[in-house]
Design a protein around this ligand. Structure first.
Ligand code: 13P
Length: 236
């Protein structure tokens, strides 16, 4: 297992290709669209979850607090600076904006952040179980491993501090007794990583129920990490 963790560290934060052209209007629409997808997939309920995207070097566009993320309009989004100060928007920014900004500060390659409470992955987070066993090849290629950050109160600096040790090496993190945060080059990639985490959590759950989990190891993992580097390069 320690071999697996070392391999993840060496291939995390692989540089992604060129930045796509972004307009504020398009990004507002994307936030509303991926918010709807989080809701329709059952990854959030009521006012759960939040999404954000970098507008430029100094500003971030984020979802409003206390909104159903399935019912947002493009004009509901809030513009903040890198200290979380609201620059424009009718509503207040997400209560988790500090967590989003911590990720942007620590990972210049990240262009978007998604936070949600998908049931199976959040179940693992609430049971204190990380999704870091290499049980199937796809997850090794796409996410590597999903660590578990210790519990901290939602919306506080302590929550950001609990994630800090994992942010440089992972693109998805379980937040103990809370949910999941994923990030990527753009909103689509950050959203798809959330889907991948929940899907993998379901696979791990099924494997555990069957009672005969067989982890990949040694040479199998090394080969998969070679495939992973190639897969990321080919996609951009
Ligand atoms: P916001 O509505 O403030 O973004 O908070 C939702 C949430 O999920 C907090 O963890």
């Amino acid at each position: 297992m320690s071999n697996f963790r070392e391999l993840i560290k060496s291939t995390a934060a692989l540089p992604f290709g060129g930045k796509s052209f972004r307009t504020e209007r398009k990004l507002r629409q994307q936030l509303a669209r991926f918010g709807k997808m989080l809701h329709s997939m059952g990854f959030v309920a009521a006012t759960d979850g939040n999404l954000s995207v970098r507008l430029d070097e100094d500003r971030v566009l984020v979802t409003p607090t206390c909104f159903s993320k399935g019912m947002m309009c493009p004009e509901d989004m809030v513009v903040v600076d890198l200290h979380g100060k609201k620059l424009s928007g009718t509503y207040n920014p997400s209560s988790e904006i500090v967590m989003h900004l911590t990720i942007y500060r620590m990972r210049p390659d990240v262009g978007a952040v998604v936070h949600a409470h998908p049931c199976t992955a959040t179940g693992f987070a609430s049971a204190g179980i990380a999704l870091d066993e290499p049980l199937c090849s796809e997850i090794v290629i796409t996410l590597g491993a999903v660590p578990l950050a210790p519990y901290a109160t939602t919306g506080t600096m302590e929550l950001s501090d609990s994630l800090r040790p994992f942010i440089p090496y992972h693109d998805a993190i379980l937040m103990a007794n809370h949910g999941v945060v994923t990030y990527g080059e753009d909103l689509c990639q950050a959203y798809m990583r959330m889907e991948a985490v929940e899907h993998y959590a379901k696979i791990v759950m099924t494997t555990r129920q069957l009672g005969t989990a067989r982890s990949l190891g040694g040479r199998e993992l090394e080969k998969l990490f070679e495939v992973r580097s190639q897969y990321v390069k080919n996609g951009h």
